[in-house]
Design a binder for this molecule. Structure first.
Ligand code: NDP
Ligand code: MG
Length: 390
């Protein structure tokens, strides 16, 4: 039996992962499941999968979790350190699907045991790409990308030489406001921003899709994971969300990965690699679909893409600044403190503040200094938010 753990088990990626492993009873021995606020779901799944331990990120919910697990053999724990401890419990495959920079420390703990890490938590590559990859290398761990675009690139590169790749194109649906007049974007409500035209995902990544910050993060993720030059990574708006990425080779060929917008493909690919197994995803009827469209993204509508390029050009710890500023700006929008358009302004102000004071940017990347930069950048971003909230 393969021992598996799921970090962020109660979220959208976590639940899709549980859906896949539940279809194969007897194949998996579940070690740890982690969540945060959703205690009912965490306890229900931990009992159904007979997990060794269930962990909530929130200390104050430990008693609720214990109550919900009563009568079962599942152990309960709470707090960020307990999540990291759960990630370090021996397992053959670990899904990293916590949202935000909170996923970094548990992801590193998982890598330190030299396991196979399925990485959905793109924030850890954006804020600490070199640290994540070096930790994997030093401990003989393997990272499988789970973001659909990166899984697509990975698949297009099988048997290929990355030196023969001239460009990588990742696609974006354009999110909730693709066709809105630009001048109306400042009025976009939280509810409108939380609707995705094609994908069912957690609220934060859905809003990031509407602002294009999700794609901005993914460009950085591509640059870090594949060690690929930033200026050879392109973004195309593709409203159908079926061509996930294209890899362009030096002989003019473009290898495209096509599939339905269902994360169980990328999760299943990471779970079974190096084999391909039958997965419960829709088979596309291309004749019925008829048309795939591609458009160049309008960077006036979506400044996030320009900000990602600035971040990669600066290098070093600016990824941690970018990610923290983006997370704070998103918190500010969700809390109603800033409008939709101001999220990019807040990120830009924060990047500029750090650019001007390079002394904050430490030379070597460690977990401690990434977390320190993350903290300082969130503070700077909240200053920018409060300035706008009046
Ligand atoms: P969700 O918001 O649906 O789930 C997030 C998970 O993280 C939940 O289990 C949540 O617990 C937990 N969590 C929240 N805050 C913390 C914290 N401070 N410490 C520990 N755990 C926490 O997100 P998604 O599943 O959509 O996304 C997860 C990751 O995967 C993100 O990095 C996202 O960018 C990436 N991703 C997601 C895709 C998708 O289709 N959803 C596609 C590609 C990448 P609880 O719910 O119990 O509060
Ligand atoms: Mg993606």
């Amino acid at each position: 039996m393969r021992r598996v753990s799921i970090l962020g088990a109660t979220g959208s990626i976590g639940q899709n992962t549980i859906d896949l492993i539940s279809r194969d009873p007897g194949a998996y021995d579940v070690v740890a499941l982690t969540g945060a606020s959703n205690i009912t779901r965490l306890a229900k799944d931990a009992i159904a999968l007979n997990a060794e331990i269930a962990v909530t990120a929130h200390d104050h919910l430990l008693d609720d979790l214990r109550d919900a697990l009563r009568g079962s053999n599942v152990k309960a724990a709470a707090g960020a350190a307990a999540i990291t401890e759960a990630a370090s419990r021996p397992a053959d495959w670990i899904m990293s699907a916590i949202v935000g920079a909170a996923g970094l420390a548990p992801g590193l703990a998982a890598l330190q045991q030299g396991t196979n890490l399925a990485l959905a938590n793109k924030e850890s590559l954006v804020c600490a790409g070199a640290l994540v990859l070096n930790t994997a290398r030093d401990h003989g761990a393997h990272i499988m990308p789970v973001d659909s675009e990166h899984s697509a690139i990975f698949q297009a590169l099988i048997g290929e030489d990355i030196a023969a790749v001239e460009r990588i194109i990742i696609t974006a649906s354009g999110g909730a406001f693709r066709d809105w007049p630009i001048e109306k974007l400042a009025e976009a409500t939280l509810e409108q921003a939380s609707q995705h035209p094609n994908w069912a995902m957690g609220q934060r990544i859905t809003i990031d899709s509407a602002s294009m910050f999700n794609k901005a993060m993914e460009v950085i993720e591509t640059h870090e994971y594949f060690s690929f030059p930033a200026d050879q990574i392109e973004v195309l708006v593709h409203p159908q969300s079926m061509v996930h990425a294209l890899v362009g080779f030096n002989d003019g060929a473009l290898m495209a990965h096509v599939g339905p917008p269902d994360m169980r493909h990328a999760i299943g690919f990471a779970l079974h690699h190096p084999q391909r197994r039958k997965l419960p995803v829709e088979r596309l009827d291309l004749a019925a679909i008829g048309t795939f469209e591609f458009h160049k993204p309008d960077e006036t509508r979506w400044p996030a893409l320009r900000l990602a390029r600035d971040t990669m050009r600066a290098g070093g710890m600016m990824g941690a600044v970018f990610n923290a500023a983006k997370e704070a700006a998103l918190d500010g929008f969700i809390a109603g403190q800033i409008n939709f358009v101001q999220m990019a302004e807040v990120v830009e102000d924060t990047l500029t503040a750090f650019d001007a004071s390079n002394s904050h940017i430490a030379a070597t990347m460690t977990l401690d200094n990434v977390l320190q930069i993350d903290h300082l950048a969130r503070k700077a971003a909240w200053d920018a938010i409060h300035k706008r909230a009046g």
